[in-house]
Design a binder for this molecule. Structure first.
Ligand code: IZC
Ligand code: ZN
Length: 418
């Protein structure tokens, strides 16, 4: 069979394929790394993965050959938790934030998420689309080829649908794949301050409309003290489940509200944040298929405790890492920085970190059959890093190591001069 592209001379090919554990490895170090690897691509798919010399019969029938010059190649990075589509920014709260005013206090006073809600309601669909495209372009430079994107800055039907429509259009108008999540339960809007029940009813009413228009695959709730309680979240998830949404949750971010336990009870794809998770929460997650999605950039930015990643991993919990890109608690598109913080602050090991942003992130968004690893039949999404080994990418922090990014078999980013 003819191939379109072969990338060869790959110093370390992190395929992300799950392999048996070696002695002394943690339960999350089971990903394959091939020395001197190559990848054969046909159309938008991976046709073959190999090691050593590329067989001459393959070369003969291939259109294009690319020399990776001994660099690291990994699956396209997946950012499995973002608040991508929003208006405005919140630097007006920055001084308060660094002087210690708590996140939930800023929200209580009508700032925080509610300030982004006002800014998002003001922008047109076109304006939101242009802003999100710019963000995705930046994400692509960090090697991100798939992004989960939540609504939740509308908190009224019109604006929630507008955000979700932007998610849909992004998939037709730029390269990074967007997985859409409805998060109408992100905060209680000001106009419903004394009418919680009525607002929850409004969210439930939107579920069939969103499903019918196929505007979101996932449903998410900010289950947090002073936002939505465990009981309210349970009610919302029961409704969302009836309509066939896949589920994910903002769990135990600031205060422990047994969010992790709720995630397991509902067999959610992902329980996200978990900075305040309890031992019972870890116990529940370890016996489940739910991915613990950690967002250490948020701890860094809010000056908060980090999630107990080592304890989770050693207990057998499967962890993903993502940016939490949003205008308040983590305004960064730099997933490589998040990976570096995971090494320095969560004490995660290099193989664990690459697993967390590839195959485990794919599981968190329900895409493990098509992306997240470089294996035959999967989509040809991968990153060439300007590095000889994965340790270097984590050790040399604060910069982007991306050299080239391929999405669906096409070169979509190339570093200038790289
Ligand atoms: O805009 O503050 N945690 N939601 C829950 C956020 C952070 C995003 C924001
Ligand atoms: Zn979030």
């Amino acid at each position: 069979m003819n191939a379109d592209l072969i990338i060869y001379n790959i110093g370390q090919l992190v395929t992300g394929k799950e392999v048996p554990l070696k002695d002394g490895e943690s339960p999350m170090e089971n990903i394959e790394i091939l020395e001197n690897g190559y990848i054969v691509i046909s159309g938008n798919e991976i046709m073959e993965v190999g090691q050593g010399e590329v067989p001459s019969k393959l070369i003969k029938f291939t259109t294009k050959l690319v020399d990776a010059e001994g660099c690291v190649v990994t699956p396209g990075l997946i950012d499995s938790h973002t608040h991508l589509v929003h208006g405005g920014s919140r630097e007006n709260e920055f001084l308060d934030k660094i002087q210690g005013v708590p996140y939930l206090e800023i929200l209580e006073k009508g700032g925080g998420i509610l300030s982004s809600v006002r800014a998002t309601r003001e922008l047109s669909e076109e304006e939101l689309l242009d802003k999100a495209k710019k963000t995705l372009r930046t994400m692509l430079t960090f090697g991100i080829t798939t992004v989960e994107s939540k609504s939740g800055y509308g908190l009224d039907s019109e604006t929630e649908l507008k955000q979700l429509k932007v998610n849909e259009r992004l998939n037709h108008e730029q390269e990074v794949e967007v997985i859409s999540t409805f998060m109408g339960a992100h905060a209680l809007p000001e106009e419903y301050r004394d009418r919680r029940e009525e607002f929850i009813g409004k969210i439930i009413d939107l579920l069939p409309i969103i499903k019918e228009r196929n505007l979101a695959e996932f449903f998410d709730v900010f289950c947090e003290e002073g936002v939505f309680s465990n009981e309210e979240s349970r009610r919302l998830y029961s409704e969302a489940k009836k309509y066939g949404f896949k589920l994910r949750i903002h769990a135990d971010e600031i205060v422990n509200t047994k969010g992790a336990e709720l995630a397991v009870e509902f067999e959610m794809n992902s329980a996200d944040h978990l900075m305040a998770i309890s031992d019972e929460g870890i116990e529940a997650l370890k016996n489940s298929k739910t991915i613990a999605n950690l967002l250490p950039g948020t701890s860094f930015s809010l000056g908060k405790a980090y999630a107990p990643a080592r304890k989770m991993i050693e207990s057998g919990v499967q962890v993903a890492l993502s940016t939490d890109y949003n205008p308040g608690s983590c305004p960064t598109e730099n997933l490589q920085l998040i990976m570096q913080i995971a090494a320095l602050k969560l004490k995660m090991k290099p193989k664990e970190i690459f697993k967390a942003v590839t195959i485990n992130a794919a599981k968190s968004i329900g895409r493990e059959k098509t992306i997240g690893s470089i294996e035959e039949g999967k989509k040809a999404d991968f990153v060439v890093f300007d590095a000889r080994n994965i340790e270097y990418i984590l050790y040399h922090f604060g910069v982007s190591h991306t050299k080239k990014v391929f999405k669906n078999g096409c070169l979509v980013y190339k570093k200038v001069g790289g």
